[in-house]
Design a protein around this ligand. Structure first.
Ligand code: ADP
Ligand code: MG
Length: 394
């Protein structure tokens, strides 16, 4: 178990919190403030418990330069509205300068301040010790609350913890609790559902999950690489040509390990990659050479429903089809509905799968939706995340 802000006394202490305020922006305005809202419980807890709060985050890819299109000024403003209290913000290319230090030194208990985009400094992504020390000099405690960057060893996500005691905020606590227990000691049967476009990207995850799960379900674009490995015609379906052999090996490996590995039995084909294209539902061994598979078929949905029926833990990563087009969203929607109705612990990791659950209005029916796409994949791969590793154990 990792220490959280509840395990320490924060009263009167200067607390440096690494948040994930990497919000989508358009023309200088925030288009989706979910990530700011998600950090509120931790910030409010610190305010109510009398900490002096220094928040930091990155936004976009300024590539180590103070590009003002990536300033966190709009975030400070939005945060002020959401918190209902002032948020001090000093924009400077150095992120930490004398004015910032002075402002931090004069913070009263319960006051909040936000630093400028940490990626204005090249040393951030280099995990430079000097910059980590500068950031650490602003506080007495480091709070990790940015799961989206926890798989990166940067100055503000990992390096800083060389100089300050580190604890987790509530978001990180939840991520570690659900993803951690799914990977380490899941309630069984444990079923993982893998989808999305490319097998290659997710091979390490599939390999690791094979060691953990009772059943592994495959859907989405990666299914066709598995079909290909079985010698089936896949027409114009998406293919990860470099990984055909590997897909075949994974099927063999699962069998040898006694893990049930399910691949689709039927598919929804389309004449073109277009919502209005002519479609055909066919078994996986009857894909026409001039069509492409864009969703799992109804027989597959039934098969997967059965496989998920008694599950106690379900991890889902990657949509079952091209859910962005309504005519190819049925498989993904069906899976999302099965999870929403399930009594199992349901965990979604993966940006597009989370977006799909959101689109179907089922997001709040899931036990946990991970906030970090890449980070949750690395977690499921069984990797140690540097930003998590630095948090002290209880
Ligand atoms: P996640 O973000 O949940 O990890 P991925 O990024 O791996 O998921 O994959 C999501 C993408 O996969 C979606 O944009 C979806 O349209 C695409 N996809 C799913 N099924 C297919 C398919 N049969 N053909 C082409 N693309 C597909
Ligand atoms: Mg994605």
């Amino acid at each position: 178990m990792k220490k959280t802000i509840k395990d320490i006394d924060v009263k009167g202490k200067r607390v440096v919190v690494r948040c994930d305020f990497n919000v989508p922006m358009q023309d200088g305005a925030i288009t989706d403030d979910n990530r700011i809202v998600a950090a509120l419980p931790t910030i409010k807890y610190l305010v109510e418990n009398g900490a002096k709060i220094v928040l930091m985050s990155h936004m976009g890819r300024p590539k180590g330069e103070p590009k003002m299109e990536f300033t966190l000024a709009p975030v400070a403003k939005r945060l002020e509205e959401l918190l209902g209290q002032p948020v001090k913000f000093i924009s400077c290319p150095e992120v930490v300068n004398d004015e910032v230090k002075e402002a931090v030194a004069t913070l009263a208990d319960g006051e909040v301040m936000l630093l400028e985009n940490v990626r204005f400094r090249k040393e951030e992504t280099d995990n430079d010790a000097g910059f980590a020390k500068e950031l650490a000099s602003l506080g007495e405690i480091f709070v990790q609350e940015a799961f989206g960057t926890a798989h990166r060893a940067h100055a503000s996500t990992a390096g800083i913890a060389d100089y300050l005691p580190a604890v987790s905020g509530f978001l990180i606590e939840k991520e570690v609790k659900f993803l951690g227990s799914a990977v380490e000691n899941p309630e069984r049967p444990f079923v993982a559902i893998m989808g999305g476009a490319k097998v290659g990207d997710k091979i390490p995850v599939i390999e690791n999950l094979l060691q953990k799960v009772d059943t592994l379900i495959i859907g989405g674009g990666m299914a066709y690489t598995f079909f290909k490995s079985m010698g089936l015609e896949i027409g114009k379906s998406i293919l990860d040509a470099d990984n055909i052999e590997l897909a075949g090996k994974l099927l063999e490996k699962a069998e040898a390990m006694g893990v049930k590995m399910l691949i689709p039995v039927d598919t929804v084909c389309a004449a073109d990659f277009d919502n209005d294209a002519e479609t055909l539902i066919c078994d996986r061994d009857a894909i026409p050479a001039d069509m492409e598979g864009l969703d799992i078929g109804p027989k597959t949905v039934e098969l997967y429903k059965e496989a998920l029926k008694d599950a106690k833990t379900i991890v889902w990563n990657g949509p079952m089809g091209v859910f962005e087009m309504p005519n190819f969203a049925k498989g993904t929607k069906a899976i999302a509905e099965i999870l929403a109705e399930s009594d199992a612990i349901t965990i979604i990791g993966g940006g597009d799968s989370a977006a799909a659950a959101e689109q179907f209005g089922l997001a709040d029916k899931m036990t946990h939706i991970s906030t970090g796409g890449g980070a949750s994949l690395e977690f499921l791969e069984g990797k140690v995340l540097p930003g998590i590793a630095v948090i002290e154990d209880k």
